[in-house]
Write a protein that binds this ligand. Structure first.
Ligand code: R7I
Ligand code: MG
Ligand code: MG
Length: 308
């Protein structure tokens, strides 16, 4: 199934391209469409951040174990972080990595942060490999999204944010890009899947906001922050309001400001899973740091999936 292969590659590269483009503008205020385009033109290399670096770790561990292995994934994160600690990690993960290295259990360390675990978007931003790999198995996807989140983000809102983003990638993977996109069906699928009221409410807001011209209104209602509940729904909105174009969805995500690398990474993961790798502009792909390695991971993940 070549179409499925394209979706695996699209979601992983979509994460990386969105992350790298958004990274140059992280924390900025709202920017306009042309500014994002001009910035991409100026760069000779699109350098990704922790979002992609951790997604790479997720993929590497899934491949090595032909599925999820929590302790292995935690150790993969740690090994990768030790090699490239400069990727702009949030404050939590490096502290957790030190605890695990000091002997704490991989599934207990994260509970010690923020009095019961982080609800940052760090476990959602890296979830694309899980979204594509478990795209046809919602129960397995939920379980693995939660367990993978527990390594660094034990708060219920962190775990459910990761599961919601994973399921958005999964639904996009399962959807035919050559049929008309039905945002109401897509959002209903997500609403039936997710359990937390905070996310259910945000999904209702997304539906209401489709077609909204005022970006400030979108940010006010959905958020553009570092918390999972202020960024995962925003990324879903960026996708469902621009389902036909990877470029438009990702540039729009960045134009909202705030946690731009992460919102663009998550938007790119969903859009790439829906439209496939061909939808990512060549001029962006060719500048992406480590493009061949990331594509290779997506390829291997797809082969394992195909073998069943
Ligand atoms: O979620 P995390 O890995 O950070 C990811 C972000 C992305 O934007 C990346 O691109 C990178 O820039 O960082 O890191 P965490 O430390 O787990 O969470 C991020 C922030 O969320 C924390 O520093 C806190 O400010 C906030 N936060 C909380 N605040 C109060 N109470 C997370 N959980 C809590 C909480 O329970
Ligand atoms: Mg980042
Ligand atoms: Mg970020």
């Amino acid at each position: 199934m070549e179409a499925l292969r394209s979706k695996f590659l699209g979601s992983l590269l979509g994460t990386a391209v969105g992350d790298a483009l958004g990274a140059s503008l992280e924390g900025w205020h709202m920017v306009d469409y042309n500014e994002v385009q001009a910035l991409a033109e100026k760069r000779s290399l699109l350098i990704y951040t922790d979002d992609t670096h951790m997604a790479i770790g997720v993929a590497e561990s899934l491949i090595e174990n032909k599925g999820f292995n929590g302790e292995h994934m935690a150790n993969t994160f740690i090994g990768n972080y030790d090699l490239e600690p400069y990727r702009g990690y949030g404050p939590g993960p490096p502290r957790i990595f030190r605890m695990i290295k000091g002997g704490e259990a991989w599934d207990k360390a994260a509970e010690k942060l923020y009095g019961g675990g982080s609800y940052g978007n760090g476990s959602a931003m890296r979830i694309a490999p899980i979204g594509v790999f478990y795209y046809d198995n919602p129960d397995g996807l939920r379980e693995v999204a939660y367990e993978s989140s527990r390594i660094t983000h034990a708060h219920e809102l962190g775990k459910q944010g990761a599961a919601l983003q994973a399921y958005a990638v999964a639904l996009a993977t399962a959807s035919d890009p050559f049929s008309p996109f039905k945002s109401a069906d897509f959002l209903r699928g997500l609403g039936n899947f997710i359990q937390h009221e905070v996310y259910k409410e945000k999904l209702k807001s997304i539906e209401r906001l489709i077609g909204e011209e005022d970006k400030a209104r979108v940010v006010l209602e959905l958020g553009n922050g570092i918390e999972a509940f202020n960024s995962v729904p925003t990324a879903i909105y960026c996708f469902v309001s621009h389902p036909r174009s990877f470029e438009e969805a990702v540039v729009y995500a960045i134009s909202l400001g705030g946690d731009t690398d992460t919102i663009a990474a998550m938007t790119g993961a969903i859009s790439g899973a829906y439209l496939g790798i061909e939808s990512i502009p060549e001029r962006w792909k060719e500048k992406l740091e480590n493009r061949l390695y990331i594509e290779g991971l997506a390829e291997r993940l797809w082969r394992i999936k195909r073998q069943g």
